[in-house]
Ligand binder design. Structure first.
Ligand code: 8OZ
Length: 366
């Protein structure tokens, strides 16, 4: 019987365990949105597969300046950012870990103060989201977006491709395309948001086109075996209203990208960070369209994760909040040890407090 603690080959990447650190926004990048030495330490603390993760997925990182929606989130589009990320990948690899970077474009979940030239953020639509983002000075309502013209979409796809190549330069083992949680790609997927009448809107097939083009460009640039994707079929995050036909939409989306032979598909079950039964969805039916590794997420306890892997329901399980508070979550799961509690006030922004100072069992003298 397979366990959470057994190795697995995911595309071209060999992992020591099936325990994954989920992508987690922490808003601690340095000037120029460059990853810092402190970030390298944070990831390194979680990198040893004997005590930490079999695979780390970095915090979401914008593929271009327009892709930013929150203060101090790292970029993966220029040479200085690549140099910063190289410190992270080296520190993780020195501990025997594996790490992929999550490629992100927020679309309309942004604020003019974060956009080049103070321009409106871009999206599939010109309709503003009902939501807040985090900018200099605190939380603020997101800005009204501008709908991308059809002839601008290839430029967006090119940003993902360039960022994937930058990721290889930075020493990552691969990338995960963030197509979840109400950001740009999901703003194209769902008919609750996408109100276009061009080749990127209307039918399910047209709404899946941006995802398909991004995945083909990224996999074409670095190889499908180094490319994963994250989907959240029913999440309400960031004012993403549920699609009129979520099952048909997401099954089509997955069937369309399956020929790219992607390393893995990462699915957020239910409402991201919330109720797993937020809306009905048949995840097993979604999986039937995909033959790569299947990674599940959202509120998994130790028992749920062990069951999911033992039953074959999932190949990998990602943990978010538990990995923030427990650098040695892998060891704690293995030993069924108690977990540190998460401190909410230090989630976004700041320094070492609530970031690199959570104690491991070893540090606690256990
Ligand atoms: C929390 C705060 C800011 C961004 C996501 C990248 O939901 C995020 C995010 C989460 O995917």
């Amino acid at each position: 019987m397979t366990t959470l603690f057994d190795p697995i080959r995911v595309g071209d990447i060999d992992l020591a365990t099936r325990i994954v650190m989920a992508p987690l926004t922490r808003d601690r990048a340095g000037p120029g949105l460059v990853p810092t030495e402190l970030m390298a330490r944070y990831y390194a603390q979680r990198a040893d597969p004997a005590s930490g993760a079999g695979l780390i997925i970095t915090e979401a990182s914008q593929v271009c300046p327009e892709g930013q929606g929150y203060l101090d989130t790292p970029g993966i589009f220029n040479a200085a950012q690549v140099a910063g990320w190289r410190r992270v990948t080296q520190a993780v690899h020195e501990r025997g870990g594996r790490i992929v970077v999550q490629l992100w474009h927020v679309g309309r979940i942004s604020h003019v103060s974060l956009q080049p030239g103070g321009q409106p953020p871009v999206s599939s639509t010109a309709r503003v989201a009902n939501g807040k983002t985090y900018i200099a000075g605190g939380f603020a309502p997101v800005s009204a977006p501008r709908a991308l013209r059809s002839d601008e979409v290839p430029g967006i796809v090119a940003h993902y491709r360039h960022a994937a190549l930058r990721a290889m330069e930075a020493g990552f083992d691969g990338v995960e395309v963030h197509a979840a949680n109400g950001y740009l790609i999901e703003q194209f997927l769902r008919d609750s948001i996408n109100d276009r009448s061009d080749g990127y809107g209307g039918s399910i097939d047209h709404r899946c086109r941006l995802l398909r083009e991004v995945m083909a460009a990224v996999a074409g640039a670095i190889g499908g075996g180094r490319t994963g994707v994250r989907l959240s079929p029913v999440t309400p995050s960031n004012d993403a209203g549920i699609d009129s036909q979520p099952q048909a939409l997401y099954e089509h989306a997955v069937a369309q990208i399956a020929p790219l032979k992607l390393a893995y598909l990462h699915v957020v079950e239910g409402a991201t960070g919330g109720a797993r039964d937020h809306a009905p969805f048949d995840y097993a039916a979604l999986r039937r369209h995909f033959d790569g590794a299947w990674m599940v997420n959202n509120g998994y306890t130790r028992a749920m994760a062990m069951d999911a892997v033992a039953s074959g329901e999932a190949d990998l399980v990602s943990f978010g909040k538990p990995f923030i508070a427990n650098p040695d979550l892998g060891r704690r799961l293995r030993e069924d040890a108690p977990l540190n509690a998460l401190q909410m006030p230090t989630l976004f922004g700041g320094g070492e407090a609530g970031y690199t100072d959570y104690p491991s069992l070893e540090a606690a003298g256990a």
